[in-house]
Design a protein around this ligand. Structure first.
Ligand SMILES: NC(=O)c1ccc[n+]([C@@H]2O[C@H](COP(=O)([O-])OP(=O)(O)OC[C@H]3O[C@@H](n4cnc5c(N)ncnc54)[C@H](OP(=O)(O)O)[C@@H]3O)[C@@H](O)[C@H]2O)c1
Length: 266
């Protein structure tokens, strides 16, 4: 059996970091080698797995991160920038799900692909990656059909439509040789007139504890195709990130995508 993959988790005590820790605990395929928290975190210096005689302890810096195979980051822009410094200095592949990145950090991440393997995704669900692939195919195979994207999330979500709904719309628009900017219709109220040919409509539902639901509807004459994904647990993003880390380890520098992970198993 090959040795476990040595991982560093950035944002280790966050919601996603905690989901990753739950999956890593006791999984022989992985070794948690470093767990980064924010400076001033009450967890700094405490053991990650309570009662375990083995390190690691949470750390607020990268000083003791040694021989890391892959860094997995679900944190914030400042913490991601520091993790990127580490990855570039050591040639370590980076899996990052952090969102809300400014243009400067986006540009740094883009350049990083010249020297390290990078995989970023706004949604690390493997089911959404497959849905995106299916939607691209359907959008091309059914060119005259109307496309609408419906999403539902819990009532605390701050943005709409979700980043995932927008990414689905972008994938479908690109497959039909247009852009989301040209095709998107984000609201309909009052006397809207007839539906514009080739447009991509978005509908948003908010309420309760819905983790995340996305349906792409292709509407034809007398028939309708619906491609749906329902998330019931945020651990799906952690599972996808771990699968991505396995896939990315040892890869050549460049920007890789979750779709590459899917393609590898086809
Ligand atoms: N791509 C996907 O599939 C996906 C899925 C879910 C979430 N996300 C994104 O992932 C990110 C994290 O989400 P979350 O829900 O886990 O957020 P969260 O619960 O707020 O966790 C963020 C983590 O980052 C740490 N952090 C903040 N500043 C830091 C710094 N300067 N240095 C080191 N660590 C720092 C926080 O530590 P403290 O608690 O000590 O401050 C915390 O552990 C967000 O950008 C979110 O949008 C992506």
């Amino acid at each position: 059996m090959s040795r476990p993959l040595r991982l560093a988790i950035n944002g280790a005590t966050g919601r996603m970091g905690s989901a990753l820790m739950s999956l890593l605990d006791g999984d022989p395929r992985f070794e948690l080698a470093h767990a980064v928290v924010s400076p001033g975190s009450p967890h700094d210096g405490l053991p990650v797995f309570a009662g375990s005689p083995h390190p690691p302890c949470y750390a607020h810096d990268w000083g003791k991160a040694e021989a890391i195979d892959v860094v997995i980051d679900f944190s914030g822009p400042a913490a991601l920038a520091t993790a990127l410094d580490y990855c570039l200095a050591h040639g370590t592949p980076l899996v990052s799900g952090t969102t809300g990145i400014d243009a400067e950090l986006e540009a740094r991440l883009e350049r990083a692909g010249r020297s390290i393997a990078v995989m970023r995704a706004a949604n690390f669900s493997l089911g959404i990656a497959v849905l995106t692939r299916l939607l691209r195919q359907a959008a091309v195979a059914l060119p005259g059909w109307d496309l609408e994207i419906v999403e539902a999330h819990h009532g605390r979500k701050q943005d709409a439509p979700s980043g995932t709904a927008l990414a689905l719309g972008q994938a479908a628009a690109a497959a039909r040789d247009t852009t989301l900017e040209a095709a998107a219709v984000f609201s309909r109220a009052g006397r809207t007139g007839a539906r514009a040919q080739g447009s991509i409509g978005f509908a948003v539902l908010r309420g309760g504890d819905v983790v995340g639901e996305h349906t792409a509807m292709l509407l034809g004459q007398g028939e309708r195709l619906e491609l749906s994904h329902r998330a019931t647990d945020r651990s799906i993003f952690a599972r996808g990130a771990l699968q991505a880390a396995c896939w990315l380890s040892g890869r050549a520098p460049g920007h890789w995508h979750l779709d590459d992970v899917i393609a590898a198993s086809l």
